[in-house]
Design a protein around this ligand. Structure first.
Ligand code: SF4
Ligand code: SF4
Length: 364
């Protein structure tokens, strides 16, 4: 994030303790090592320490800045610009707490807040399938008994915005992904989560992997597409999010969306990227794959498919993607797998069993 993104959202507390960096040192690098779980920050004096919460005045782990959830092409889109970073509302900052807290019962370990913390104070625990926020002071992160000025904090965050970052939050395997899916399903079915949960989750995951996205406002019956997005290359996209059994309707709904983008937003059909995000890829007997192939053959429109697990893996691996190429994540009834294409994006082989339920390839 650029420093300008740390705008004043709202003061969480009128007075709270803050942290400053020890005098005379500055951070050199942030390293993520999944065996250690916590980040390792290397400092200019040769020492190192895990990241520790500095009690941001405008906490990027909690809310997006306004310009992060704004799209040039879709200024008139009836968007829900909910600023909350956590799609499950697991992270909050109660008045009585000096720092944000994470409810491990509700956290699905998507990694979004981890990725947004400028001082790498949040990390993922794959055994407990939750994010954990480290607020312990150490010899580099010094606790003050008062709030520091906004200028002092900006200076600290500016130093961190310039350090190199390496490593990944979690390295995947079948067990870790199974725990993620189990937690996801139990959290997603809880009634307390809103109608917007699937769209909110996918919008935030897309933002985190480098795709600027907006989600539809609840109750808008005029325009039904779930998400619109922009790519840096100037192309625009429309996305249907289907986490349940409605996935078979998604390719046809996308055709409606494309028609709307062409007729109402004057976007050229050839520059539109259609995308479907599902929890699992439909099985091979499903009509889904044939419809996608038909649409490609008849309309020359290539519908990309992505799963929630793939988006989360991108966040865990700290990888941004661009869907600018029409076929980056295209699969149809001739080729039911996205594994090769996804491994090219990751730059390595996945440590997940082939055929793992609907995650990367559809089942028989
Ligand atoms: S966890 Fe990170 S982003 Fe959130 S308040 Fe603490 S330092 Fe800021
Ligand atoms: S890891 Fe995801 S679900 Fe957990 S607190 Fe962070 S944003 Fe929320």
């Amino acid at each position: 994030m650029a420093l300008s993104d740390y705008r004043i959202l709202k003061q969480r507390k009128s007075s709270k303790k803050s942290k400053i960096l020890a005098a005379g040192v500055y951070p050199i690098s942030v390293e993520w090592n999944q065996d250690e779980k916590q980040s390792i920050i290397k400092f200019s004096d040769g020492g190192q320490a895990p990241g520790s919460c500095v009690h941001c005045i405008n906490p990027p782990c909690l809310e997006y800045a306004k310009d992060e959830i704004e799209l040039d092409t879709f200024k008139e889109f009836p968007a829900d610009r909910a600023p909350e970073v956590c799609p499950t509302k697991a992270i909050s900052w109660p008045q009585e707490s000096d720092s944000p807290i994470i409810d491990s019962e509700v956290c699905i370990s998507c990694g979004i807040c981890v990725s947004r913390c400028p001082v790498a104070a949040i990390y993922l625990d794959p055994d407990k399938t939750t994010a954990i926020l480290n607020d312990l002071p150490n010899r580099y992160f010094l606790l003050q008994n008062q709030e520091v000025s906004e200028t002092t904090q900006k200076f600290l965050l500016e130093m961190f915005s310039q350090v190199s970052e390496s490593g990944i939050f979690i390295s995947e395997d079948d067990d870790i992904l199974q725990r993620f899916f189990d937690k996801f399903k139990s959290v997603a079915t809880e009634q307390k989560h809103s109608f917007q949960f699937p769209n909110h989750l996918v919008r935030n995951l897309m933002l985190e992997v480098g795709i600027k996205a907006l989600m539809r406002r609840r109750g808008d019956t005029n325009l039904r597409m779930d998400i619109v997005f922009e790519q840096s290359g100037g192309r625009s996209g429309t996305c249907e999010v289907e986490l349940g059994g409605e996935v078979l309707d998604a390719p046809r709904n996308l055709l409606d969306n494309v028609a709307v983008l062409v007729s109402r937003y004057k976007i050229s059909k050839d520059s539109i990227i259609p995308l479907i995000v599902t929890l699992s890829l439909p099985n091979r007997r499903s009509e889904y794959w044939q419809v996608i192939k038909d649409i490609k053959q008849v309309l020359d429109l290539r519908i990309n498919s992505l799963t929630i697990g793939m988006l989360v893996l991108l966040v865990w691996n700290r990888i941004e993607i661009s869907l600018d190429s029409q076929e980056i994540l295209y699969a149809d009834s001739d080729m039911y797998t996205l594994r090769d294409k996804f491994e090219r994006i990751l730059g390595r082989e996945l440590n997940i069993t082939e055929g793992y339920p609907g995650f990367m390839e559809s089942q028989k």
